[in-house]
Design a protein around this ligand. Structure first.
Ligand code: UGA
Length: 445
């Protein structure tokens, strides 16, 4: 099939490359010339395991192209909207201007459907109610465009795998039966390989499909804040939240995933999605339904202050002039994404409190140097930990999880290790002569 993908950020670029991998002819459109030049040359503009290979394969096969020219989308049979919906500055709601621009581009440049309607599939995370508004706009355009809402659930770090082998596919279809059937047929053709592999398919109306996405992210955020609240209880009582999570996770109804306590969630999705969801609930007059998400957000942000306070106590009460080595600055491992990174927020707070910081990260070092020239970002972990009064693991990159405690023991000024992600073995580190501090592991000071 001929496919266009509008918006070539994380979501769009990966989606475009994966659609080409499935055998479709794909053009990705974005206004960012640098990004498009890189993608068109088969070079990934961000760190994502496995993406380079599918991108290169797609570009070399001639099935995958990228452009800034909107006219190039004209003959696509499906247009995917994959632009960002970031948090509005100073407000809880989502910035919908990129979606509005994508809709205008499609109306202006898509060839009208003649034999069958041209499908537009929305992938961006939007406030519930958006799809109907876009659909109405298409109806008034005279171009025979039909909209489906087809949310995406990929995780950074697993984006290619999640796109090619999703847990489920969701179609949000128009109420009009004929249009709905037409949309379903085109989507079935697009996702034929995945459907043949018996990927569960959920077909619903627009609002349900829009809600599925934010409900899923809200549930994940709630799970994380729940376990972080339990971490506070463990700290107060001498419990160990990692054992607690393991024990409750054996219950199938709860499950073991997303119960890792630590410095909390960040990234370009969970934090802004729960805030936009609350804002939308307010507009719909059902804000009470989601007041619990405010607490989820508050618990999450409190983790960052907790980590700063812990560091302060570990180094003797004041951070001023204390050398702190921060290991990991991205919002999670296997990405170079710094958006709403708890690690970066904590580092900024430590720096503001006068700490002498040294930060290392396997993927985001250069980006951090560019963005925050005020922060010290040495090339090696050894340099970063030398003479440190405390070492803090804030992102659980494999290199840090596997770190041999004896290998850096003699480099530091004081053997204090703060495990912001609860990924180290406390006994192993204690046996090697370190003072170990986790997040809710019953070793309060
Ligand atoms: C999230 C969802 O997991 C995806 O399903 C969704 O498609 C995506 O948002 C999106 O809306 O586009 P992502 O932001 O890549 O994906 O990251 P997650 O793996 O969900 O992690 C989010 C944050 O939670 C990270 O900072 C991570 O360190 C933290 N986390 C995760 C915890 O603190 N504890 C856990 O147990 C799990």
């Amino acid at each position: 099939m001929r496919i266009s993908v509008i918006g070539c950020g994380y979501l769009g670029a990966v989606h475009a490359a994966c659609m080409a991998e499935l055998g479709h002819d794909v053009v990705g459109l974005d206004v960012d010339e640098d990004k498009i030049a890189k993608l068109a040359a088969g070079v990934a503009p961000f760190h994502e395991p496995g993406f380079d290979a599918v991108l290169k394969r797609g570009v070399e096969s001639g099935r995958l192209g990228f452009t800034t020219d909107p006219a190039a989308i004209a003959d696509a049979e499906i247009h995917f909207i994959a632009v960002g919906t970031p948090q509005l500055s100073g407000r809880l709601g989502a910035d919908m201007s990129y979606v509005a621009q994508a809709v205008r581009t499609i109306i202006e440049h898509a060839e009208p459907g003649t034999e069958r309607p041209v499908l537009v599939a929305g992938k961006s995370t939007v406030p519930v109610g958006t799809a109907q508004l876009i659909s109405d706009e298409f109806d008034g355009s005279g171009k025979n465009l039909v909209l489906a809402w087809n949310p995406e659930f990929l995780r950074e770090g697993y984006a290619v795998k999640d796109t090619l082998h999703p847990d489920r596919i969701v179609y949000g279809l128009p109420d009009d039966v004929a249009k709905g059937e037409a949309a379903r047929e085109v989507l079935n053709q697009c996702y034929a390989t995945m459907l043949e592999a018996e990927t569960p398919l959920v077909v619903a109306n627009y609002p349900t499909a829009e809600l599925v996405k934010v409900a899923a992210n809200s549930f994940l955020a709630t799970k994380i804040s729940f376990i972080n609240a339990m971490a506070d209880l463990c700290d107060a009582t001498g419990g160990d939240v990692t054992r607690l999570a393991e024990a409750i996770g054996y219950d199938d109804r709860i499950g073991p995933k997303f119960l890792q306590a630590g410095i909390g969630f960040g990234g370009g999705c969970l934090p802004k999605d729960i805030r936009a969801f609350m804002a939308r609930a307010g507009e719909l007059g059902v804000d009470e339904a989601l007041t619990f998400l405010r607490e989820v957000d508050t618990i999450n942000l409190r983790r960052r202050d907790h980590a700063v306070r812990l560091a302060e106590e570990v180094v003797g009460g004041s951070l001023s002039g204390k050398k702190i080595a921060v290991l990991g600055i991205t919002f999670k491992p296997d990405t170079d994404d710094l958006r709403d990174s708890p690690a970066l927020d904590i580092a900024s707070k430590l720096w503001a409190a006068g700490a002498d910081l040294a930060i290392v990260d396997p993927a985001a070092g250069d980006k951090l140097r560019e963005r925050r020239p005020d922060l010290r970002v040495p090339e090696t972990l050894e340099e970063a930990v030398t003479d440190a009064d405390a070492v803090m693991i804030l992102t659980q990159w494999r290199d840090f999880v596997d770190l041999d405690p004896t290998s850096i023991r003699d480099l530091v000024a004081a053997p204090n290790i703060i495990d912001g992600r609860n990924v180290l073995d406390p006994k192993r580190w204690s046996d090697a002569g370190w003072n170990y501090y986790g997040m809710g592991r019953g070793v309060s000071i």
